[in-house]
Design a binder for this molecule. Structure first.
Ligand code: FAD
Length: 299
């Protein structure tokens, strides 16, 4: 496990802007993430300072080079989970590595994939969950299903084994997109994968059944949603962050309710624009710099 002073999750405008500030302030800064949605052939016409259009890809590449110039380490790694492990310490697990840090800036944008199950909302909190570390306890020795097609789903399913041996994965009709390493782990753990689509849920007093597109149904006590990659909502759930609707609640300094955790950009949900993400990244960085210098210097 590697120790780093600050982990920034997100390589978009918010995360890179934060990294420029924290790295320049001499804070050991690790930026994790993949190419953001904007990093394609999109014309950006409204960002300050570019009289001629700049493409999203060019803007992001410049941001990465700038952050690296000041010493930030930028790695293409997807984060699977974040947990508080001790007073003021957090473990960040990616598909490749594990990091321990004392501060995190969430700059993950908005990306939750909706599963397309008709009556999902009726069962949220009554068997449907978005967080294994929060709700795994309630499904001890029960039959559970993880909904998802990727490494995030595999990781959630493996985590559920701490609570129950009866774990399956349903890809929700999507093509399996899991690293071989995860597939091998699932096989060794006896977790089977259903490549079907759940259309609706059933049960009069909480979740009891899932109903497949093929007409079959299966009894389950818990359904854990883990489609695509882990989102800010998933991290909020595992860290106990307060949310406003689907967004992370922060104060004017981009601080969440958990000391050492900050959030910026689209995942905060103020005005989903590059200029706002960049500004919030700078504010989050300022808060994180102060926190790391004060709280993490004690180590
Ligand atoms: P994002 O740019 O969404 O970046 C999120 C980052 O988090 C990505 O690097 C992603 O890989 C990472 N991430 C997410 N989950 C994980 C995980 N589990 N592990 C690791 N990393 C993770 N705004 C404008 O101002 N002007 C425009 O012209 C404009 N055009 C747009 C065109 C398109 C097609 C789109 C989609 C958006 C456009 N926007 C525009 C909006 C703008 O892109 C966003 O407001 C801005 O990118 C938000 O920045 P962000 O850093 O908060 O999030």
């Amino acid at each position: 496990m590697r120790n780093v002073s600050l982990v920034i999750i997100g390589q978009g405008p918010a995360g890179l802007s934060a990294a420029i500030y924290t790295a320049r302030a001499g804070i050991g800064t690790l930026v994790l993430g993949c190419a953001p949605k904007i990093a394609g052939d999109y014309d950006i016409d409204n960002y300050f300072g570019f009289a001629e259009t700049i493409s999203g890809m060019e803007l992001i590449q410049r941001g990465i080079r700038q952050a690296e110039r000041f010493g930030a380490e930028v790695r293409n790694e997807r984060v699977l989970s974040i947990h508080a492990v001790a007073e003021g310490r957090f473990h960040v697990r990616t598909e490749q590595e594990e990091y321990e840090t004392c501060a995190v800036i969430l700059a993950t944008g908005v990306s939750r994939v909706r599963p397309g199950i008709d009556n999902l909302q009726d069962y949220e909190g009554k068997g449907v969950s978005y967080c294994v570390s929060c709700d795994g306890f309630f499904v001890r020795q029960k039959k559970v299903m993880v909904l998802g097609e990727g490494n995030f789903a595999a990781n959630q399913a493996l985590e559920l084994l701490h609570y129950t041996p009866f774990v399956r994965i349903c890809t929700q009709g999507k093509t399996l997109d899991m690293a071989q390493e995860f597939q091998d782990k699932l096989l060794r753990s006896g977790i089977t994968i259903v490549q079907d689509k759940i259309l609706s849920l059933g049960g009069s007093d909480g979740l009891a059944t899932v109903h497949y597109a093929g007409g079959e149904q299966e009894e389950v006590d818990g359904l854990f949603i883990a489609m695509g990659q882990a989102s800010s909502s998933d991290f909020a759930a595992s860290l106990g962050l307060v949310k406003r609707k689907q967004f992370i609640a922060v104060n004017e300094q981009q601080q969440t309710n958990i000391p050492g955790i900050y959030a910026a950009g689209d995942c905060v949900g103020r005005f989903l624009q590059i200029s706002v993400a960049v500004g919030e990244g700078a504010l989050a960085a300022r808060s994180a710099i102060e926190y790391v210098k004060k709280e993490c210097a004690k180590e």
